[in-house]
Design a binder for this molecule. Structure first.
Ligand SMILES: NC(=O)c1ccc[n+]([C@@H]2O[C@H](COP(=O)([O-])OP(=O)(O)OC[C@H]3O[C@@H](n4cnc5c(N)ncnc54)[C@H](OP(=O)(O)O)[C@@H]3O)[C@@H](O)[C@H]2O)c1
Length: 275
């Protein structure tokens, strides 16, 4: 059985452990390193997993070590691995879910260790509906990639990239993307209210339209553009709205927004890797 240790027992660790347990993964194979007693008690009560306050020998007896602390906390959280526990990383796959942190920086903080995978999940992972982009150091073999994929699949879909720079794009599309979707739902909801529909009905109409259309696109073999054209009869109501969106250059505005997010991701990665 694969043994997994989480460094950090926050939101993402909880989502991953919940997903793994739901898939029948045994609690005896999972450990969590978490400084807050309250979080440790919650994790043990909810999932029956072993928790420790800091990195110890038992926690390092694992196949995969998942870095699930905030990006700004990662370097400090890894310090014991070049201090008291130097030399303890031998074959363990280290999987980082810290947004923006580059593998070259994590490797440097770990004294040159290269069994490293970096991934970018998104918040729908909290309900098992995430999509995660993954990137592996060239030193990681097929078995390591398979291990990382198995773990992340517990909370949704996965997608490998072979150029780490694309992680900034993944961050800008699927990492930040749930917020863009909420932004659109909010705008549709406000439009409904503006045209006289009450708030609860506006919410229901906006959300169910979004989930229904997304599910239809997911289940269809057709391109999304074809699905859009099918709802858009010439001279009809949808055509009137889409012509107005085009006049306002909405698609170009979305592209610029995504570019701004990718640029921000690059800058943050550089800043966090400086020290
Ligand atoms: N949430 C998301 O949607 C999302 C999406 C993609 C990627 N990520 C990435 O996932 C990572 C975790 O995010 P999260 O939302 O799960 O954060 P979180 O809820 O803040 O979890 C981090 C946990 O790690 C603990 N911690 C801090 N220092 C530690 C140390 N030295 N040793 C062990 N544990 C330590 C924190 O404890 P304290 O509370 O005491 O500090 C906290 O419980 C982040 O790097 C984030 O970029 C998150």
């Amino acid at each position: 059985m694969m043994k997994i240790t989480f460094l950090g027992g926050g939101n993402m660790a909880n989502a991953l452990i919940g997903g793994l347990r739901k898939q029948g993964y045994s609690a005896t194979g999972i450990q969590v390193i978490e400084p807050l007693q309250e979080n440790r008690e919650k994790l043990t009560a909810a999932f029956g997993v072993r928790c420790s306050t800091t990195i110890d020998a038992a926690a390092l007896d694992c196949d995969a070590l998942i870095l699930a602390v905030k990006p700004q906390q990662t370097r400090e959280a890894l310090a014991p691995l070049t201090g008291a526990f130097a030399g303890s990383l031998k074959t363990q796959l280290v999987i980082s879910i810290a947004a923006g942190l580059r593998l070259s920086d994590i490797s440097r903080w770990l004294g040159g260790y290269r069994q490293l995978v970096r991934c970018m999940p998104n918040t729908p992972a909290l309900i098992g509906a995430g999509i995660t982009g993954l990137y592996a150091d060239s030193a990681v073999g097929l078995k390591g990639r398979d291990t990382a994929e198995k773990i992340l699949r517990a909370v949704g879909g996965t997608l490998w990239i072979d150029d780490e720079a694309q992680m900034d794009t993944i961050t800008a599309i699927s990492g930040s993307g749930p917020a863009y979707v909420f932004y659109f739902i909010e705008a549709l909801q406000h439009a409904a209210q503006n045209l006289g529909i009450d708030a609860p009905a506006a919410r229901q109409l906006a959300i169910e339209t979004f989930t229904g259309a997304a599910r239809l696109a997911e289940q269809s073999e057709e391109d999304v553009a074809v699905l859009r054209q099918r709802v858009t009869s010439k001279g009809g109501t949808t055509a009137a709205a889409l012509a107005s969106f085009d006049a306002d250059n909405i698609a170009a505005a979305i592209l610029r927004g995504v570019q701004a997010a990718a640029e921000r991701s690059r800058t943050l990665g550089e800043e966090m890797g400086k020290n």
